[in-house]
Design a protein around this ligand. Structure first.
Ligand code: NDP
Length: 481
């Protein structure tokens, strides 16, 4: 049994209450660890440590901060196998995916912001012969960072790295469902020489630890990634306290396939954009719209591809689909498959749990599922499922597909497949989404603004956007004599 500890003021410590929560391995359904069931007392200690460390860290030179972040990135890379294995066990995702995507990206996040802060410059505005304005960009103080379970270290570091680079101290909470790599990061930060109190990681439940962070009077900014409902709740607490707020929330992303696309390239990528990480990526395309002229061809080829995906042991290199993250999430996703049937949908493949053998027999496996025949306004096509379930829907015109694609309350990401650049531009311009990929998916340049519109979020992460969020501008106007 592994007992995790909080990372507060540079030390690994138990929660004050000495209470713990079970941590499950989703590939076996067994408890394999204990997570601190922290509460307000632990958050208060963490905030105190972070507040005490702030003066020194914010006045540490950018070069020095950058060096430490580089060291963290190096250590993440040196521990690639260990971290990837921990992520696979904790989350249920294939080890090969964690090793290829999650952990390298976590290292990249630290390295990206280690360099970004060195090159970060602030604005100046010249008023001809009257005055000059220049704008300081100062760290804000103690940042609260809260992240979800689907890409645990990848998203945790996506917040922490820019916050620390900009000179803030951090109190962070990973999802209690997948806390392991955040715990391992604590030791990495100690080894990298991150000063005590600069980063504090408090494990525990959202309504206890998360809410204590959000409502703490000494945390002036909150960066949150998670579900739209939780985001709404957080906004209600933070808004009257006038906190800076960055919310990266849910999605119901459209994939739009025109008949003039590169079919083979599209097919390979759309299989990945539908089912990578068991469909548990906020950017996955869960509503696939196909031009009527190639609908039948697509349907046949897609089902063949999806049926070939191997659902299996996350440790097995030949596995494409691991386990869903938890029993309750599996049940939620499954309930949407039942709903789709009630709404008149036909299950073209998948639709059932997969029972593996031996120690994996109680794991949370679900066959990748494709559904057709649903109205674009039905609940299955409007609500976020966040699992290996997609719907396919034919369309005739660009106007029609835009109407269907834009019909949800979400607006995170989208992907469009066509060789016609004018059509691609027209669709990109008219999609209600923060991110549009043309003839690709999840091709990420970390300098670009990342986030969604409508109920998919408020604000943007990435590049300068994150550095702007984690700093407060102060304009100084100097009048010429
Ligand atoms: P949740 O909203 O349930 O949880 C996200 C985080 O918030 C967790 O750490 C959770 O803790 C914590 N939390 C829960 N309740 C509170 C609260 N009252 N106050 C403060 N913190 C709280 O989301 P999931 O973890 O289920 O993640 C899946 C969701 O995240 C999906 O909707 C997905 O679309 C979205 N997402 C969005 C991304 C984006 O960039 N837009 C990227 C990735 C995911 P605990 O785990 O203990 O409940």
């Amino acid at each position: 049994m592994i007992y995790l500890k909080n990372y507060i003021n540079g030390a690994l410590i138990s929660p004050k209450s000495e209470r713990y929560i079970d941590n499950y391995n989703p590939s076996t359904g067994e408890v394999y660890g204990q997570i601190p069931d922290s509460d307000l007392n632990d958050v208060n200690t963490a905030v105190e440590a972070a507040s005490n460390a702030f003066d020194k860290w914010s006045n540490t030179s950018k070069d020095e901060r950058s060096k430490i972040l580089y060291k963290i990135a190096d250590l993440i890379e040196q521990n690639l196998d260990k971290l990837a294995e921990a992520e696979a066990i904790d989350n249920g995702k294939p080890f090969s995916l964690a090793k290829r995507v999650d952990i390298p990206r976590a290292a990249h996040n630290f390295r990206f912001y280690a360099t970004a802060i060195i090159h970060y410059s602030s604005e100046s505005h010249h008023m001809e012969d009257q005055a000059v304005n220049f704008t300081h960009r100062d760290p804000v103080g103690v940042a609260g960072c809260i992240s979800p379970w689907n890409l645990p270290l990848y998203l945790f570091s996506w917040k922490i790295a820019p916050a620390l680079a900009a000179g803030n101290c951090v109190v962070a909470k990973p999802s209690e469902i997948t806390p392991m790599t955040a715990f391992l990061l604590s030791s990495i930060c100690i080894e990298a020489g991150l000063p005590d109190g600069v980063l504090n990681i408090v494990h525990g439940l959202g309504p206890k630890v998360g809410e204590a962070i959000v409502s703490h009077p000494d945390i002036p900014l909150i960066s949150f990634t998670g579900g739209t409902q939780t985001g709404k709740h957080i906004a209600q607490i933070a808004a009257p306290m006038f906190k800076k707020l960055s919310l990266e929330l849910g999605g119901k992303n459209p994939t739009i396939i025109f008949d003039d696309c590169d079919f083979d390239q599209m097919l390979a990528t759309v299989t990945a954009s539908s089912f990578d990480n068991q469909g548990q990526i906020c950017l996955c395309g869960s509503r696939i719209f196909i031009q009527k002229t190639i609908y039948d061809k697509f349907k046949l080829a897609f089902i063949e591809k999806v049926n070939a995906l191997k659902v299996g042991d996350p440790k097995d290199p030949s596995t494409n689909q691991g386990a869903l993250v938890s029993k309750s999430h599996l049940e939620k996703v499954f309930s949407y498959i039942e709903l789709a049937k009630e709404e008149g949908g036909s299950i073209l493949c998948g639709g059932q749990r997969v029972q593996l053998e031996g120690p994996l027999k109680n794991g949370y496996y679900l066959a990748p599922t494709v559904i057709e025949g649903l109205d674009y306004l039905c609940r299955t096509n409007q609500e976020e499922i966040f699992g290996p379930v997609v719907t396919i829907t034919p369309f005739e015109s660009t106007e029609e597909v835009l109407k269907m694609a834009n019909s949800t309350k979400y607006g995170l990401a989208s992907s469009v497949w066509t060789k016609d650049i004018s059509k691609a531009n027209l669709v990109a311009k008219n999609l209600h989404a923060g991110i549009v990929w043309i003839n690709c998916w999840l091709l990420r340049d970390l300098r670009t603004p990342f986030g969604g519109v409508k109920q998919s979020g408020v604000g943007r992460e990435g590049g300068n956007e994150a550095l702007q969020f984690f700093t407060e501008p102060k304009n100084v106007c100097i009048k010429y004599q």
